[in-house]
Ligand binder design. Structure first.
Ligand code: ZN
Length: 283
């Protein structure tokens, strides 16, 4: 996607209001020498609780990641048949997301994709999930629309639904970049939101990814952004968990296009990314 090169210098104190509330632990009460477990009154009703797997704050929770393959359906992204990468961006993002999923699963992670390239959750599905699981959303956004576009805003609400259901430790959106002004601009871009409740945790994971890039791809550019505006980067903004967006290279640059179109390079990149994310989440 086309980027505006802006770095936020100001530290904003506004925290996102959609943060996760921790589920209160069951209280232990002593009655006549007998220890009983009692539920706190503010907990959700028990029928809803029984279908919830362990949330990420709870002991025994299995680390869970959501991967968002950027674009698809009515939004093809950059590239295309006439471009240096030969296909639209969504083809590569879906391929890489599936490789990243396999890599993380082989490391013991539970992984969900926002979509699989075959179909995506409809607006009514996302809305009903959000209503069922108490996930906030803003229906007045013009990107909240029943059409063939799985908009970044709809994706982030869907990711938050998956978090409400399964307890998601991290979400990452995978992309291929483009720059209309330069055919030599090359390298990776990493974005995270600097202004939500999860910014510091997101940055810790981003730093691990950055270290991996420095080690595995020496000499390759890395542009790091702390984005906070409503654009494609909204998939790192309204999240109820730490998140990042990874641009794997520029479709408009010959050198990057040669890498992006190489399935071995893509697979290795996703394996390296999985190793970095797993390293961060294990700490
Ligand atoms: Zn993109």
């Amino acid at each position: 996607m086309k980027r505006i090169l802006v770095l936020f210098a100001a530290v904003c104190m506004i925290l996102c209001s959609c943060g996760k509330e921790s589920v209160p632990a069951a209280q232990t009460e002593e009655k006549d020498g007998i220890t009983e477990q009692t539920e706190q009154t503010e907990q959700p009703n028990t029928t809803e609780e029984t279908k919830k797997p362990l949330k990420r704050e709870e002991a025994g929770h299995q680390k869970t990641v959501v991967i968002d393959p950027g674009h698809g359906y009515g939004d093809v992204g950059c590239g295309g048949p006439e471009s240096k990468i030969g296909y639209y961006e969504y083809f590569y993002t879906t391929d890489m997301a599936k490789a990243l999923k396999s890599s993380l699963e082989s490391r013991g992670y539970i992984v969900y994709l926002t979509h699989d390239g075959e179909s995506f959750p409809s607006l009514s599905k996302i809305k009903s999930l959000a209503d069922e699981w108490g996930v906030e959303y803003d229906e007045t956004k013009d990107t909240w629309a029943e059409n063939n576009i799985f908009s970044p805003y709809e994706r982030v609400i869907y990711i938050n639904c998956l978090d409400a259901m399964y307890g998601v430790d991290f979400s990452i959106s995978i992309h291929v970049n483009a720059n209309a002004e330069s055919d030599t601009l090359s390298g990776f871009d990493l974005d995270y939101c600097k202004e939500n409740e999860w910014s510091s945790e997101s940055f810790e994971i981003v730093k691990k990814i950055r270290s991996m890039i420095y080690n595995e791809y020496p000499g390759r550019n890395l542009y790091l952004y702390a984005d906070s505006w409503d654009d494609s980067f909204v998939v790192t903004k309204y999240n109820s968990m730490p998140s990042a967006l990874f641009e794997t290279g520029y479709s408009t640059c010959d050198a990057d296009a040669a890498l992006i179109t190489d399935p071995v390079w893509r697979n290795t990149l996703m394996d390296n990314l999985a190793e970095a994310v797993a390293g961060a989440l294990e700490e």
